[in-house]
Write a protein that binds this ligand. Sequence first.
Ligand code: KG4
Ligand code: ZN
Length: 335
Amino acid sequence: MLILGIETSCDETAAAVVADGRRILSNVVASQVDLHAQYGGVFPELASRAHIEAIVPVIWEAMAQAGATWDDLTAIAVTVGPGLVGSLLVGVNVAKGLALGRGLPLVPVNHLEAHLYANWLESDSEGAAPSDLSFPLLVLIVSGGHTELVLMRGHGDYLYLGGTLDDAAGEAFDKVGRLLGLPYPGGPSIEQAARSGDPARFRLPRAWLEGTYDFSFSGLKTAVARLIQPQEIPPRFIPDLAAAFQEAVVDVLVTKTVAAAQDYGATAILLSGGVSANQALRAAMRARAGVPVYYPPPVLCTDNAAMVAACGYFRYRSGARAGWDLDVEPDLRLV
Ligand code: KG4
Ligand code: ZN
């Protein structure tokens, strides 16, 4: 069963063809990172325009690389939310047009659910999940827009355990990256800078929010700002600050995720979303989990359409179909 996935929720225009929810036949991503770097963050109006320019060539390229014809497809899956309204509209309308024109079923996909289905995609990379995962699974979704702990009891069956009360983990990486004068996006830049840093030189606070599975990262960003602003921190201390910040974020994410996995008897922990590309997070989670920890290869952690097609496969099998009145849902939640 071949599914064409389409993803335009933020600043990546992506299309992919996936067989049986697992095997990637093509995975094309046109990144707008260079376009937004000059603003230090995603500029929504520019993002929608760039999606309009890129979407058709990206889909055509995904079909060509997969060697697939329109008749080979079983369905088209598209991200309907959460995300930027103007960006989402581009993908949803192109998907509708193609589905109508080719007589294909249209499957709506939640971007957060798609991130976790990146773990179902076949890969021989280190940390890749086996095909016979058993439920319940503890899922940590950590991206630029979200930080959520979810218990997955079956396909499409989720229990929300907690999430961030303010900044998402990736957002904190991006904001602190900007404070430290590192290139956008902050996540990979901070990880890179932290490699040569001493995390013990600066002690940064951790918001534990005891008794909950919730997170708060805005205080951490303020603490970094306070250290920097009174007297400019000499550039040689930037790696130390990056390392201290990364360690504080990782410490809280790992402690809460491991506690939730134990409390709910999860068979394994799945990491997903852009921040799960972080090697320090992966290593600390593995060291402290007590159950297997799985994560997608870095290219499938950040926004892509293979994960949308994988999720679309399971949604299609459970009967999900969109009508021509399908609309975007910028504030869509997983649960
Ligand atoms: O999942 P994603 O591509 O887009 C959203 O749906 O938000 O995540 C992007 C976020 C950005 O905030 C970026 O800084 C962060 O993921 N990120 C990382 C790393 N790679 C990407 N954060 C920490 N370490 C990384 N290696
Ligand atoms: Zn995402």
